[in-house]
Structure formats: structure tokens, C-alpha cells
Design a protein around this ligand. Structure first.
Ligand code: SF4
Length: 380
């Protein structure tokens, strides 16, 4: 069980991005908004503290947006505040998302001192022309520098986010990206296919024929290549898009894939506490104003039924390569998933998309490519 914190600020908008984030703007107004925003985060944390009571929290994930554009001292002081106020275990996993050029040795050292022990770097590619084509602000040489600085500051648990299916990206570019990434020996790698989101500049350019993306077959080949190369490099493929050195799974993300409760803080963030799901409005000023009145600013709330919860446990659990453990499901719900999902399981088995092994139901290699179909089968 953990805490997610959303920091909705970026230096500029990447061309493919539809996450909730705004461009930081000039230094003076940014610094004032950030101060107000962190005050609201503290108020929101204290609000959920009462609902959460004393159950142990094991992870903090500060994502965005680009958390690393906030001064490290401000992030560090907020981490210490959370650790003081909420019932965290002695050494929680504390992850911060960062862009390679915006987290330097000095900042990393400050964060490390506050307990941050994992950084997820938004690398995406090692070719400057590809980084430029998707609107990223960093350059390829800053990636290695950033990893070096993090390690010197004592943060050795490092994830690199990589993307395939980028405009103008060929198989050789992707192979080079994987090689360069592995050479930095991160503990964790995430490989995501580019998703073309409506209303983004990239989607407009693609539909106008100005920009071309690799074909579906090429993208499938890129994914396959990542699975093969990373396996050869002794990375364990533990979730559809995620690979790690043995024992270095992201504990915070495992919480989502196990469908466990978590507190979420910040504008646009989605949390899940005792069957109560909430999503905050993605509106920074509204969020700040609402918390001056100590009131949540929800876009929606939902009380998840037991049936819904079981469906979701299956759907997110099937993203893990080890699958959903039958015994764990039974312990949690006092019923076997075979009784509830007999038909979809038989159908998926017949199609060769899932298999049974070691008391778990899990995706096959073929099922990995059709993950939406596999997950969707458990939605009643
Ligand atoms: S850095 Fe991340 S959140 Fe910010 S614009 Fe780029 S993709 Fe979106």
C-alpha cells in the first residue's frame, strides 16, 4: 500500500502527451504556484491520513508531469512531511520521475538524503533526431550523465522509460536504444509503444500525412526485440511493458497490478481507498482553491462493488507475467476465480492466449500481444 503524488508541471509539452500537465512558465509565477500546490498537497495528505488510519504504507511514487523541475529541496521537504505524518514503514520505496537533463547530482543528493531511493528517467530514445521529433527537451548525451550523477548521489535503483513506434524510428534505432540503455545497467526498464492520443499535435500531424509512424508489424517486431534482448541481458520480463534485474520490480506499480489500495494526491490524481475510488479534477488552480477550504476537488468518485473489484483484480493481474495466483485470489475473496470466470478462461485457453502454470493463470507469449483482449475477457 502506498502513496502516489502527481506533479503536473513540465518544461514544454511533448507532442504525443495527453497526461495532465501544464507548461511551467516564468520562474516567478512558477515558484508561487509550486508553493501553493505543495501546501495543498500537504492538506490533502492530512485529509486522507484520517481515512487511512494506521495501516502500513510501503511506497511513495512522485510522478507527473516532470517532478524534477520542482526544486529538490521542496520535493525533499514534502517527502519528509509524508514520512512524518503517515504510517510509513522504516524504509519505503520512494520513486521520483525525472527528465534526464533536469536532475543533477546536487538535487539527487538532497532527495537521497530525504529517503528517495529510486528514480525513473524519461529517456524514450537515444537518437537526438527522434527525441526532437516527439518534442522531448533532453539530448542523448544527458542520459548517461544523469545516470552517473544519480549513482554518485547514492540512488542506484534506476528505471529508464523507453518508447518504440516513434515517428521515423527504424528497427536499427530501437536496437541501438536498447543497447545504449542496457550499457548503463539500470535496475529496471520500461518499454512502451507510442499511443497516438486524439488532440495531440502528433495525432494531427499523422492524420494530415505530415508524419509517419512505423507499421503495426514493425511495432510488434520492436516489442519482440525488446523481450528477446532484455532476456539475453538477464532482465526478467515481469509485466507486459516492464523488465527488471532479479528482485528489482517496482514495488509501487506492483501495488496497482495487485489491485491494492493507495492514496493519491494532487490535481488529476486517481486514488483507491477501501473500495472508494476518486479522481481529482485536472485543474491546478481549482485544486489549490478547494484545499484552501480543506475540501477535496473531485472529478468523480465511485464505490467499487465486490464484483467489480474481482474483475479488476483479474484484469490488472493478467498484466503480470506470473499471472493471477489462484490461492491468493481465493484467500482474498473466498471464492475460486474458476467458478466466476469459467467461460472466459476456457475461451482464452482454447485460443492459446492464457495458460495455467504453478497454480497461476497467466498470459502466453501470444496473449502478450493481445493483452487488451485477455484483460477485457474478465469484465462482467
Ligand atoms: S515530460 Fe512527460 S508529462 Fe511532460 S509533456 Fe512530456 S510526456 Fe507529458
Amino acid at each position: 500500500m502506498g502513496v502516489y503524488v502527481h506533479i503536473p508541471f513540465c518544461e514544454q509539452k511533448c507532442y504525443y502527451c495527453d497526461f495532465h500537465s501544464v507548461v511551467a512558465g516564468d520562474e516567478e509565477s512558477f515558484s508561487s504556484v509550486v508553493s501553493d500546490y505543495f501546501l495543498s498537497l500537504r492538506r490533502e495528505a492530512l485529509y486522507y491520513k484520517k481515512l487511512w488510519e494506521d495501516r502500513a504504507l510501503r511506497t511513495i511514487f512522485i510522478g507527473g508531469g516532470t517532478p524534477s523541475i520542482v526544486p529538490a529541496e521542496q520535493l525533499a521537504s514534502f517527502i519528509l512531511f509524508l514520512r512524518n505524518e503517515l504510517p510509513f514503514v522504516a524504509e519505503p520505496e520512494i520513486t521520483i520521475e525525472a527528465n534526464p537533463h533536469s536532475l543533477h547530482y546536487e538535487g539527487a543528493a538532497v532527495l537521497s538524503k530525504a529517503g528517495a531511493n529510486r528514480v525513473s528517467l524519461g529517456v524514450q530514445a537515444f537518437q537526438n533526431r527522434l527525441l526532437k521529433a516527439i518534442g522531448r527537451v533532453h539530448t542523448s548525451d544527458q542520459i548517461g550523465q544523469s545516470v552517473g550523477a544519480l549513482k554518485r548521489a547514492g540512488i542506484t535503483n534506476i528505471n529508464l522509460d523507453l518508447m518504440f513506434g516513434l515517428p521515423g524510428q527504424g528497427i536499427s534505432d530501437w536496437t541501438e536504444t536498447l543497447r545504449e540503455a542496457v550499457a548503463l545497467r539500470p535496475t529496471h526498464l520500461s518499454c512502451y509503444g507510442l499511443i497516438l492520443e486524439d488532440e495531440t499535435p502528433l495525432a494531427r500531424w499523422v492524420s494530415a500525412g505530415i508524419v509517419h509512424l512505423p507499421s503495426d508489424d514493425e511495432q510488434a517486431e520492436m516489442y519482440d526485440l525488446a523481450c528477446e534482448m532484455l532476456k539475453e541481458e538477464a532482465y526478467e520480463h515481469y509485466e507486459i511493458s516492464n523488465f527488471c534485474e532479479p528482485g528489482m520490480e517496482c514495488q509501487h506499480n506492483l501495488l496497482y497490478w495487485h489491485n491494492e489500495p493507495f492514496i493519491a494526491l494532487g490535481s488529476g490524481a486517481t486514488g483507491y481507498i477501501d473500495g472508494f475510488r476518486y479522481k481529482n479534477m485536472p485543474d491546478i488552480q481549482g485544486y489549490i482553491e478547494s484545499w484552501t477550504r480543506h475540501t477535496p476537488y473531485y472529478e468523480y468518485t465511485d464505490q467499487v462493488s465486490l464484483d467489480q473489484e474481482m474483475d479488476e483484480t483479474m484484469m490488472v493481474g493478467m498484466r503480470l507475467l506470473r499471472g493471477v495466483e489462484e490461492e491468493a485470489f481465493f484467500r482474498r475473496y473466498q471464492v475460486s476465480f474458476r467458478d466466476i470466470y469459467r467461460e472466459p478462461i476456457e475461451d482464452l485457453l482454447a485460443k492459446g492466449l492464457v495458460q495455467e502454470s504453478n497454480g497461476c493463470l497467466r498470459v502466453t507469449r501470444q496473449g502478450l500481444f493481445l493483452e487488451n483482449m485477455v484483460s477485457g475477457a474478465f469484465l462482467r
